[in-house]
Design a protein around this ligand. Sequence first.
Ligand code: ADP
Ligand code: MG
Length: 141
Amino acid sequence: MAIENTLSIIKPDATKRNLTGLINAKLENAGLKIIGQKRIQLNKTMAENFYYVHKDKPFFNDLVSFMTSGPVIVQVLRGDNAIKINRTVMGATDPNEAEEGTIRKEFAETIEANSVHGSDSLENAKKEIAFFFAEIEIINQ
Ligand code: ADP
Ligand code: MG
């Protein structure tokens, strides 16, 4: 295993319900360290670019509307095997399929408004972190 950084987003459904602290506690309890974090408002262009891989999916326009419907918290998580560990603590995309104790099982409202995003590979983690953070904003410890 290796120490990795991964990108996490606390989505608008969760910021709206003031769940940032509870979600951060789940991340920290899973052994992930929050080494970068900021609350921002995405605009349409940013959300479209971030989710470009899904541009041909039927849910793309709704997803962009949802992600711009309120503030998000973008964060860099660091730890041993961080990408996989974050995906595990997030739970399945559809909260109905998410395991007990996961963030999405506990907090997600729907398959779309599912409270968190997490990078799914090392390559995507690097791209997604660079999308939101300047190097000077990330302290690797
Ligand atoms: P994940 O976030 O688990 O990596 P995907 O990358 O497949 O999932 O999808 C990106 C996001 O698009 C999801 O987190 C969710 O917000 C939304 N989404 C995925 N599938 C659907 C769907 N069938 N209907 C509506 N929204 C969806
Ligand atoms: Mg994904």
